[in-house]
Write a protein that binds this ligand. Structure first.
Ligand SMILES: Nc1nc2c(ncn2[C@@H]2O[C@H](COP(=O)(O)OP(=O)(O)OP(=O)(O)O)[C@@H](O)[C@H]2O)c(=O)[nH]1
Ligand SMILES: [Mg+2]
Length: 216
């Protein structure tokens, strides 16, 4: 019983921080994405591909969440975009307190779009609101078409679904239509894109949608 209360207190404290972050983002006029997937689905690859296509169109920055290393922040910085790394030292998700620290060096008013790459995990990041405008779920076809039904919370809450690695479809057993059918049932308003960060297929449609969403 005590454990349950501790869990509730942690989530309530996070909700308060998320509300503060949300107010701050709105005041600065910056749109914020929370990018969530299991490890290796392609979040950083998607950032590399998206940010290079958005150069000169939107002013972007990235916050990278990883358990350890600043490898992903260095990959993003190589695209010419400001990246702040959070190393959670074991925590399997980002929370509002970690985000507050990562926001310190950023001038939010000088940005159009802030993308937060969460720690690779299909479950825990969904419970921790970061004050974002939109959750974006990334699922790679190599993970299996049963993932949206087995881990429904993310696919219910995400406003956008990106199904990545479609270049691998000939080599893996994945019913793409099953993924879309399950996600449509969980969230009928969800916008979906099938993409490959390796071949570039599907990425222009996603990037155009993102630009319109930020400017809209
Ligand atoms: N074939 C193929 N490989 C891809 C694609 N996108 C990413 N990869 C590969 O998948 C691996 C993981 O990609 P990352 O972008 O690092 O994945 P991530 O989700 O950021 O991983 P974590 O940050 O560790 O959770 C890398 O070896 C990428 O080159 C794709 O569309 N097709
Ligand atoms: Mg990554």
């Amino acid at each position: 019983m005590a454990d349950i209360n501790v869990g509730r207190n942690i989530l309530e404290a996070n909700e308060r921080l998320a509300a503060e972050h949300r107010r701050r983002f709105a005041q600065a006029g910056v749109k914020v994405l929370n990018l969530i997937s299991s490890p290796g689905a392609g979040k950083t690859s998607l950032l590399e591909q998206t940010l290079s296509r958005l150069a000169g169109r939107l002013r972007c920055a990235v916050i990278e969440g990883d358990i350890q290393t600043d490898e992903d922040a260095r990959r993003v910085a190589a695209c010419g975009v400001r990246a702040v790394q959070i190393e959670t030292q074991g925590a399997c998700h980002l929370d509002g307190a970690m985000l507050a620290q990562a926001l310190e060096p950023l001038d939010l008013a000088a940005l159009d779009l802030l993308i937060i790459e969460n720690v690779g995990n299909l479950v825990c990041p969904v419970d921790f609101d970061l004050g974002e405008d939109l959750k974006v779920a990334v699922l790679s076809v190599a993970e299996g078409d049963d993932k949206p039904s087995k881990y429904p919370a993310l696919f219910r809450e995400a406003g956008v679904l990106l199904v990545n690695k479609i270049d691998l479809l000939p080599y893996v057993s994945c019913d793409l239509e099953r993924i879309h059918r399950t996600c449509r049932a969980l969230n009928p308003k969800q916008v979906a894109f099938d993409v490959s960060c390796k071949t570039g297929e599907g990425l222009p449609a996603w990037v155009d949608w993102l630009e319109s969403w930020v400017k809209g």
